[in-house]
Ligand binder design. Structure first.
Ligand SMILES: CSC[C@@H](O)[C@@H](O)C(=O)COP(=O)(O)O
Length: 360
């Protein structure tokens, strides 16, 4: 039973999350009460999506401090959480933000303060994503208008950049929700997103729950659909964006951006400013790409006809498999980046214009 429309919420000293490894067949809430449980949940992708793992990690710091709030415990919590997943910079940003604030608080007051800081981040994420949604919806509306108001606006998205990847709303999907609510006849092509299938198991569930027309496609279908004129616009999320606008997102995003460029289809990236890594310029060469278990490639999970969720093996025994979880789309392939502060070109100048003065 879900007690909230949010992906994460707190009751006292217990953090509740929707267990995304169980979706779409089971909607279950998992309770997290310790640093170790939070770290495991992030690593196992019980929670996933850049903004959500950031907020979850902030709660992880707070839970760690309930046991011991000295400087050493704080440092251990920070290190443990940052090591869980290396690519999405929101995680590091959130943990370092909370740790910096707590460093100025007396250890005796830290445990309670940390919970409130994490609550603040969770709340801020909701407002941020709603703002991203407004800006992104305006782009979708403009595209619909530019195409002469077709009976449906076909939007392609990859992975799950929805409310499940955030506290609420989502990033790319926030734009779709807002456009849908405003009367734009959006229809979403949902890439299945091998190997973890976030599109097939999460975006399908999420969009169906909000009544947005959508169709699941295999990852390799996007090129054909673009060639046939069946994709009007692409919008995806991001896990890290370099200072010059290179976009790191779920593996497969780059190929879609290449195909979109070949067919002159706008390719938008929606992300909060916490996804920007100002310390990295060349995203293609500098962003660490998480390598996950080969088992995620050689095996697949789903529900069988008896209604049981099972994992089966796809490849022969002993098959070597490589599983990079993300790729980087160079800025030149990105039409624009949609943030909570507005839409900017994927360029150094464009992104820098968002930085001042509040983030200085
Ligand atoms: C709003 S979530 C944006 C991104 O984090 C999303 O597109 C993505 O790549 C998530 O990857 P995941 O491996 O599922 O955490």
């Amino acid at each position: 039973m879900i007690g909230s429309s949010r992906s994460i919420w707190r009751e006292g000293k217990v953090v509740h999350v929707i267990d995304q490894t169980r979706l779409p067949h089971h909607t279950q809430v998992k309770q997290l009460t310790t640093l170790a449980e939070v770290a495991q949940a992030i690593q196992d992708m019980v929670v996933r999506g850049a903004p959500l793992i950031g907020v979850t990690a902030a709660y992880g710091v707070a839970l760690a401090l309930q046991a011991a709030a000295d400087d050493a415990s704080l440092a251990t919590a920070v290190q443990t959480l940052i090591a869980t997943r290396p690519t999405a910079v929101n995680l590091r940003w959130a943990v370092e933000h909370v740790a910096a604030q707590l460093a100025t608080v007396a250890p005796a007051a830290r445990a309670e303060h940390a919970l409130l800081l994490a609550d603040e981040l969770a709340q801020a994420d909701v407002h941020t994503n709603e703002a991203i949604g407004e800006h992104g919806a305006a782009l979708l509306q403009q595209r619909w208008q530019a195409l002469g108001y077709p009976a449906r606006l076909n939007v392609l998205t990859h992975c799950n950049a929805g409310r499940l990847g955030c506290v609420d709303w989502g990033t790319a999907l926030a734009a779709i929700y807002k456009a849908h609510a405003a009367g734009v006849p959006v229809h979403v092509w949902m890439d299945e997103t091998r190997p973890r299938n976030q599109g097939a198991s999460l975006t399908t569930w999420e969009l169906a729950g909000r009544g947005v027309p959508a169709t699941l496609i295999v990852d390799n279908a996007g090129g054909l659909l673009m060639q046939q004129g069946q994709v009007d616009v692409c919008i995806v999320g991001a896990d890290r964006i370099s200072a010059r606008g290179d976009v790191c997102n779920k593996i497969g995003t780059y190929l879609k951006a290449l195909a979109a460029q070949a067919h002159a289809i706008p390719f938008y990236v929606a992300a909060p400013l916490s996804t920007l890594d100002w310390g990295i310029v060349d995203g293609v060469h500098e962003i660490e790409i998480e390598q996950r278990s080969p088992r995620e490639v050689t095996h697949i999970s789903g529900r069988n006809e008896a209604g049981e969720v099972v994992t089966v093996q796809l490849a022969p025994d002993g098959t070597a498999a490589l599983n990079p979880a993300f790729d980087v789309t160079p800025a030149v392939l990105v039409t624009a980046i949609v943030t909570e502060r507005g839409v900017v070109p994927a360029s150094h100048a464009g992104l820098a214009s968002l930085r001042e003065p509040a983030l200085a």
